[in-house]
Design a protein around this ligand. Structure first.
Ligand code: ZN
Length: 199
């Protein structure tokens, strides 16, 4: 899932009025911000594979440290200690949403032969766009209702929606490392969200 993670961060705003939207976004996409480092270090692997699912032209071959259930629980507990239970819950929400989207490639443990899960929303392009679009709309609405200025948030939402469409309808990433770097580029949205809503 991509923009759905941002939707959850936005939806958390009413429950976290004194936390910057930047912090909420960082928590919701934290596993994707960690993932590139494990890929660059050679500890996690992926393969560009057009047609792997209707939405995502990538096989996530091995990602125990960023995206296994056990790792997600560990990162969430760490995040909860550092930032409280809403931040911890946002970190864990990432795993649940990815498990809904991915084909069964999300490992449960660190073991190489771990069982893997995934409900496969990504097998359907229309359903992916409908679900993530509805989530982003609802999340944006909740954030605006709790005081995030719409005139600043609208560009953020618009760029996310355009990037989702570009990722889905555009060419696959040119390389595995470019794909991982794209994950890290989400830091731009963390920075932008902090600008929109500093507290
Ligand atoms: Zn992810």
């Amino acid at each position: 899932m991509f923009i759905g993670h941002y939707a959850v961060a936005l939806a958390a705003k009413p429950a976290a009025k004194h936390t910057s939207l930047g912090t909420l976004v960082a928590a919701a996409v934290a596993l994707d911000l960690l993932w590139p480092f494990f890929v660059f270090a050679g500890l996690e692997t992926l393969k560009i594979s057009p047609g792997s699912t209707a939405v995502m032209p990538v096989d996530f071959l091995h990602m125990p440290y960023s995206h296994s259930l056990l790792a997600a629980l560990g990162w969430s507990v760490l995040a909860a200690f550092a930032g409280g239970k809403i931040i911890g819950s946002l970190v864990f929400s990432h795993w649940l949403l990815d498990a809904a989207s991915h084909r069964p490639d999300m490992p449960l443990t660190f073991a190489a032969d771990s069982a893997k899960v995934g409900l496969g929303l990504w097998f359907s392009l229309p359903w992916t766009l409908a679900v993530e679009g509805a989530m982003l709309t609802a999340g944006g609405w909740l954030a605006v209702k709790s005081g995030v200025p719409f005139n600043r948030l609208k560009w953020f939402l618009g760029v996310l929606a355009v990037l989702e469409l570009a990722a889905v309808f555009g060419p696959p990433p040119p390389s595995e490392l470019a794909m991982a770097a794209g994950g890290l580029a989400q830091l731009t949205f963390v920075w932008w969200a902090k600008k929109i809503d500093p507290c």
